[in-house]
Write a protein of this length. Sequence first.
Length: 309
Amino acid sequence: MPSSPVESSPPAARPREFVLTLSCRDAKGIVYAVSGLLYQAGCNILDSQQFGDVIGDDATGLFFMRVHFAAPPHLADVATLEGLFTAVREQFGLKAAFFDLARRPRVMLMVSRHGHCLNDLLFRWQSGTLGGASGVDIPVVVSNHPDFAPLVGGYGLGFEHRPLAAGSGAEAKAAQEAQVLRLIDEHRIDLVVLARYMQVLSPALCERLAGRAINIHHSFLPSFKGARPYAQAHDRGVKLIGATAHYVTADLDEGPIIEQDVARVDHSLSADDFAATGRDVECVVLARAVRWHVEHRVLMNGRKTVVFR
């Protein structure tokens, strides 16, 4: 007798993955409450990190936590998870946020006439190494100069030239920033990356982008601020140069630091050699900061950050 066909069951839906980040006043039982609630809801914790800022004279007394977990189908949306945590949120005064890792963050890059960071970020984006497992989308690159339109076009991305000449008045600057904001809204941008965008953002724009704009400073802060930092470093005979990625604030180059790195130099190198070495460091530092931000690994702690790597 011919055998009857075996009926196969439809494949089970793959659990959706989420990240929960939270901060609150440090207290006993926070980890237990959060992990217990996820367990009772049928979630599987894949990774969990926490930090209590309770030691030292400058401690804030805050607790920070990042939980990467897989959720069953009946919980597979942010709104449902938010509702699940209502009681725990109120109990501990949590400042909490859920992120669906299936959603690709949307990133705008801004650049002027130094293209090394832009080129590095675009290559990482194309190779799928810029933003974790799901990657990121780069809907548009914005510049106050037209120089890198061919480079961006070669990656199949949109390029928007929004000119702003050096020494432009307040009215021209406000008009140009209004155009940038329209692009941010139009493209539903989650993160703005100043990849050597050599314009100081207005306090109003900094406030609008608080916590979602990253700058690379071509110096190891707080030394050698302002113009020509590598020449300043060379004049001082430094032995280490570096770069700093930080969130943008109205206080120029003083926003919360996300990542820094250094390279060793010596007396045999010229100021141009310093700058060339520094460009390499800038690329690495900025890429790390972008990746950690879009993977929801960076939490604000006043003027500082907590980075779960």
